[in-house]
Write a protein that binds this ligand. Structure first.
Ligand SMILES: C[C@](O)(CO)[C@H](O)COP(=O)(O)OP(=O)(O)OC[C@H]1O[C@@H](n2ccc(N)nc2=O)[C@H](O)[C@@H]1O
Ligand SMILES: Nc1ncnc2c1ncn2[C@@H]1O[C@H](COP(=O)(O)OP(=O)(O)OP(=O)(O)O)[C@@H](O)[C@H]1O
Length: 282
């Protein structure tokens, strides 16, 4: 088989605690990742030459900066076939939105090309290669709901109840590096590895991002009418947790037209992995 279509699902950080800043500037954190059944769509096919081609919704990202390209390049030394790869991207996740779109695209690319180029690398090796592309890539490669520690690479799988979410993108782009280098970011939350309820946790970036981007605060205040609310990652997306698809749909229907949003159900296994398993059984 020479082609494969997989989702690159969104993630939510159900909480994000920052425990310390390391010598290299990266932060020790504890965060609970869940996957959503909504994401970008990527179709991979072997190319007629030896190059890496990306078509579709590539926005204005230069080819060499695209995380899909970087992921393909990371696998290039392990390639066991002559051909290169064509990747057709349908982007549904807001870029720099805190839902991990770029990292998820990179992880899905590693999983797919590992098969098409017959690299035969384990998921552990793919996660290790992925970590150099972004702190969130390993959790997407691993594909299981997890508590992440370290800089995001030490993963402990956890099983969470499936819930519905309405995710809102407030139309502001938050730079992850700006948040992590800001002097006002709290960096001394104590480690916590149980009592993960939304009510017992927080996102340590939220107060700072609300201050820097009032639109994020406005979004959180609006969502709070409907249920427990939080920002994901370093923002700007915010989510509300709901009991049913109908409840999530009601929130989305009332969304002011100047914001974008989507609804999705959480899952303990990433859709990319479910799809890859079915492809392998074909
Ligand atoms: C905060 C999270 O969104 C939680 O899911 C991620 O850990 C960020 O993941 P990401 O966007 O893939 O992050 P990277 O591309 O690896 O890093 C972007 C920037 O964030 C900062 N960064 C990131 C992760 C981390 N544990 N500590 C950091 O200080 C660094 O300044 C880095 O230059
Ligand atoms: N395929 C890609 N899709 C999205 N962004 C990409 C891609 N390739 C490179 N990038 C760059 O990576 C940056 C971060 O993208 P991403 O969507 O992962 O951010 P994010 O949702 O904030 O992630 P995180 O929560 O991991 O910080 C973008 O601003 C963009 O310039």
């Amino acid at each position: 088989m020479t082609s494969l279509t997989l989702m690159a699902p969104a993630k939510l950080n159900l909480f994000l605690h920052i425990n310390a800043r390391r010598e290299d500037g990266y932060h020790e954190l504890e965060t609970l990742f869940t996957f959503l059944d909504f994401g970008d769509e990527l179709t991979f096919s072997l190319s007629h030459d030896t190059k890496i081609h990306i078509t579709g919704d590539t926005a204005d990202i230069p080819l060499e900066d695209n995380l899909i390209y970087k992921a393909a390049m990371a696998l290039y030394p392990y390639k066991q076939v002559e051909q290169g790869i064509c990747v057709q991207l349908t982007k549904k996740l807001p870029m720099g939105g805190g839902v991990g779109g770029g990292s998820s695209d990179a992880a899905t690319t590693l999983l797919a090309i590992n098969q098409l180029w017959k690299c035969h690398l384990s998921n552990e090796k793919l996660a290790q290669l992925g970590l150099s592309l972004g702190a969130d890539v390993p959790v997407f490669v691993n594909g299981k709901t997890a508590l992440a520690q370290g800089v995001g690479e030490k993963l402990t799988p956890v099983t969470l109840p499936q819930r519905w979410y309405c995710v809102v993108f407030p139309n502001v782009h938050v730079s992850t590096a700006q948040v992590f280098t800001h002097p006002d970011l709290p960096r001394d939350t104590n480690k916590l590895s149980q009592h993960w309820a939304l009510s017992n946790t927080r996102n340590d970036c939220e107060a700072l991002v609300k201050k820097l981007y009032p639109e994020v605060e406005k979004t959180l205040v609006w969502l709070l009418k409907y249920g427990p609310t939080r920002m994901t990652g370093t923002g700007a997306c915010c989510f509300v947790e709901l009991d049913s698809m109908d409840a999530a749909q009601r929130v989305l229907s009332s969304l002011p037209s100047y914001w974008q949003g989507f609804i999705a159900q959480s899952s303990n296994i990433s859709t990319a992995h479910v799809q890859l398993d079915s492809w392998l059984k074909m």
